[in-house]
Design a protein around this ligand. Sequence first.
Ligand SMILES: *Cc1c(COP(=O)(O)O)cnc(C)c1O
Length: 634
Amino acid sequence: MKNWTTKDSLDLYKIDKWGEGYFSVNSKGNLSVNPESKKSLSIDINEVIEEMKEQGVTFPVVIRFHDILRSRVKQINKTFRSVIEEAEYEGRYQGVYPIKVNQMREVVEEIVDAGKIYDYGLEAGSKPELLAVLSMNDSKKCLTILNGYKDDEYMRLALLGNKVGRKMIIVIEKFSEIEKIIRISKELNVQPLVGLRGKMSVAGCGRWAGSTGERAKFGLSVSEMIQAVEIFTKNDMIDSIKLFHFHIGSQIPEIRSFKEAVSEGGRIYAKLVQMGVPLEYFDVGGGLGVDYDGTRSNNESSTNYNFTEYVSDIVYSLKQICDLEGVTHPHIVTESGRAITAHHSCVVTNVIDKIEAANDFNTKKETGEHIFVSNMREIEAELYERHSLQESFNDAAKLKEDALNAFKLGILSLSERAKIETIFNKINLFIENETSKLEIIPEELQILTNDNSPKYLCNFSVFQSAADSWAIGQVLPVVPITRLNEEPTVNCSIADITCDSDGKIDRFIEINGQESTFPVHDLKKDEDYYLGIFLTGAYQDVMGDMHNLFGRLNEVHVFKDEEDPSGFYIEEIIKGQSCSKVLSTMQYNPKYMAYSVKKVIDREISRGKIPARMGVKLVDFYEDCLKGYTYLKN
Ligand SMILES: *Cc1c(COP(=O)(O)O)cnc(C)c1O
């Protein structure tokens, strides 16, 4: 057997496949980040962790690499610019970042700053998001696109932006918004900039197929669009309609969907222009996917195209349609969020423990034991003599079920039940071991493998940090941070520390034909072991909920520093939520809570049940816990 190298880990975890050049393994066997997608500068994630620990930051933690954000913004803008030039396309690219994907102020600020030279703007989909973008991007050249359902107040806020010279484009999502926008802009005496969202007939694919099609929640049908044009014309406001918009869903796995949307949308655009609507912008919405599972396929967690192919498809298709229809090439707008932010952040958790069934219960034969116990023992013996795996499994499963019924009827003793279950587990382990050598694992036995493999108990909450993994079966890459120069010998899945049985990750990038578990290293007694969950910068970062009141994580913001020997510095540490903070959001009053506990302890002290010195310590301890982090301390 050859020695395990870092290259083996790189291949095993498909790091080059999903990492887009941002991640690699360094010579120490640690996972590292190349913040500009090139190998010249590399940051050792373990060094970031060491420094963070020195500063008293505990796990779990979100690590943000701001330079990756900047790199993504640069990449989408540069790609559009170069394809536009190559295609001799006459419009410009004017992208916006939809802040719903990650509204963290630091994230939005970084994107705005990196996008300044490209006139890269922002998109908002709700009133609070509109308030945020109004305060954020003060450029008069960038676009601010406003989607989502709007009330009068939303319209007024948007037009406030136009009043101060910003390019706020209000996208009409439903017919009744037309009356609002006309009435309020007249009232405020400001000319609005308006977008029309088309309800596309192209059926989207992937998980967000419902974002499009005739029954979609948003957008105007063709007949509504024609009526909208008539209403704006009648009100002498046709000059306001500047943008045509569609959005066919998020994480679109198939490039074909974009092709179809652009060809339908392009025609609608051209026909509207021919009708005299002075449109200037063609907004293809979001949907640019991320290859989470590294397969470059039309899997739901993947994409069968890359950045350049996406951009080329849009630019060339739109050019062709406009040329055929004889209309000027519009400026192209995208609202990519996922593809901009996914790579920049990861969640690092420490593994607390390994959970596996204990199989050392004594199952020796005893006289007078129930026949079910002997039967289970026979199945085991036959199995070892090369009996069919499937048949043994069926027999054992049936017998276990019968035994459980017998137990419920009072026929089996507690220790007989324990023996049967222990032998059953041994049988399963054997079968699992044997099947792992097979090319194709029968489906029934596959389930067995999933149930039986050990779980690493990790200090985090799936509901807070990887919501899509729980909600929609989204695959996220999980990789050990250290020991990548050692062969991983354990196959496991992940359990979180919530008390919810759904609090687990058991869908991984497919490795060696397995996707319900992934390979990790065995735990060493005196050594911490860290797992990183990657590509969490889009949606996961901000969608987390308060299940079990775990709350937001500690965060460290990392920047590259070519002068520093480590190649980085930690620019900011944001403390995660304390217990008292999360309790406050649920209407508890931590001061009062501490007071009530103190009162009870004082009473016990005065009754002589607790020594005074110890009582004071208990009060302090309760108060310290209130102030502390919600996650496990070690
Ligand atoms: C969610 C959303 C986006 C962002 O989509 P991504 O797939 O994350 O790029 C863009 N536009 C609209 C209208 C959206 O609702």
